[in-house]
Design a protein around this ligand. Structure first.
Ligand SMILES: *Cc1c(COP(=O)(O)O)cnc(C)c1O
Length: 411
């Protein structure tokens, strides 16, 4: 079972999809897409903006597109540096690379998210933006990151792909910077099969994002309007995706209630102990609880527990750990010929990509183990745990196995 929302698929998703197919077969409405106010995409955007407390929402065809569109909308491009954590998803780096900007990796803190202290060390005259990633469903240190962004005049683009519905100090994630990007792929909190969206409170950012995602049109396909005329691509969400995503959005609270309930039961049965604590959270109440992460004092202990449970530590998270992305430095061939943007090798800071470049990130990931709560994703090291339909017996069994294994290893 991939993400928790996927497990909740039901009649509403089916009915919405049927409605789309019905409309298409009855009329020439496909023609009017994406103009109508009653299209599934528009209805989804309105519902998402409302649920996540944002003035503007734009649906797109993936979380990666949401990041790319947001970067374009924010005017980030060649010559700009974007600071991004070494534990993220490769799409974060790819979106920066394809915008022509340069990703600069920074350490994560005890919450496994962008470390504000290390961000300060990485700021240069070319730094344009921060891209904090609310990894594994939980918020970054947004207060500190906002302070730094304010002090240095930097933009902030939140990657909330894994944290839809999560909050920080009561406010939805994705609303703290100039833009927030979300994914609706199958492994996320809620899903449209694929798809994504972005939030912004800035009308101009929305206007530019709209143009970028739909052939340079002004919002809702007007020929003209206030703002910037852009070249755009086609990164639109389809009506069929929006039909499913809209139904899923209606389930967001139920999904989060379930994962949080399961998490509480697991926490109660797997208390912290000598040598093993829960991952630090900057806002425990706002955690989406798609996984439950324990951090061991010693790397060898985390590895031994993981091995006995048939899972892996977070250091072994393909596509999420910078040190496991060998193909990226390889892109920066000395003559630049293999790089999509032909950046000279030095701007890639090639040494910064090798495992060991972020020792604190390597250390904490090597000591961390994620228990599946509602999300099962081997790429995230979440391979052992419960699923959203697990009952009391199964929860107790999983908790006991984890607890006893930790006790055996830690003594
Ligand atoms: C899933 C994910 C993305 C990309 O989303 P897609 O919809 O798969 O393109 C970006 N960032 C993070 C942190 C993710 O987990």
């Amino acid at each position: 079972m991939p993400g928790p929302g996927y497990a909740f698929f039901g009649d509403e998703e089916r009915d919405n999809v049927e409605q789309v197919l019905e409309t298409w077969s009855r009329t020439t409405a496909a023609h009017s897409y994406p103009l109508g106010d009653l299209t599934q995409t528009r209805l989804f955007e309105q519902a998402a903006a409302h649920r996540l407390s944002s003035p503007y929402c734009l649906s797109v065809n993936s979380g990666t597109s949401a990041l790319l569109t947001a970067l374009a909308a924010l005017g980030i491009g060649p010559g700009d540096e974007v600071i991004v954590p070494g534990y993220m998803y490769s799409a974060c780096l790819a979106a920066i690379v394809y915008s022509g900007a340069t990703p600069v990796l920074a350490e994560v803190d005890a919450s496994l998210t962008l470390d504000p202290g290390d961000v300060r060390q990485r700021i240069t005259g070319r730094t344009k933006a921060l891209m904090p990633v609310h990894i594994l469903g939980a918020a970054c240190d947004l207060a500190a990151l906002r302070r730094i962004a304010g002090e240095h005049g930097l933009l902030m683009l939140e990657d909330a792909a894994q944290a839809c519905g999560g909050t920080y100090r009561g406010r939805p994630l994705g609303t703290f910077g100039q833009a927030g990007a979300f994914s609706l792929n199958m492994f996320k909190i809620i899903t449209g099969g694929d798809g994504g969206f972005l939030l912004t409170s800035d009308e101009r950012v929305f206007q530019r994002a709209y143009g970028f995602h739909d052939h340079g049109w002004f919002p809702y396909r007007r020929e003209d309007g206030p703002g910037d005329r852009l070249w755009g691509l086609n990164l639109r969400m389809t009506e069929l995706t929006a039909a499913v995503a809209r139904a899923q959005l209606g389930r967001l609270d139920a999904v989060l209630a379930r994962t949080r309930g399961l998490r509480d039961e697991l926490l109660e049965q797997i208390p912290e102990r000598d040598g093993m604590v829960r991952r630090y959270l900057h806002d425990a109440d706002g955690d989406c609880a798609s996984v439950l992460v324990y951090v061991f004092d010693e790397r060898a202990d985390a590895e031994a527990v993981a091995k006995r449970l048939g899972t892996k530590t977070l250091l072994h998270s393909p596509k999420h750990y910078y040190g496991g992305l060998p193909e990226l430095p390889a892109l920066a061939a000395p003559d630049g010929s293999s790089c999509p943007f032909r950046q000279p090798a030095e701007v890639w800071r090639r040494d910064g990509w090798r495992a060991g470049a972020l020792p604190r990130t390597d250390d904490v990931l090597s000591r961390s183990l994620a228990l599946t709560v509602g999300l099962s994703d081997t790429y995230l090291g979440a391979d052992f745990g419960v699923n959203v339909f697990s009952g009391g017996d199964e929860i107790a069994e999983v908790a006991e196995r984890f607890r006893e294994t930790a006790d055996e290893v830690l003594g």
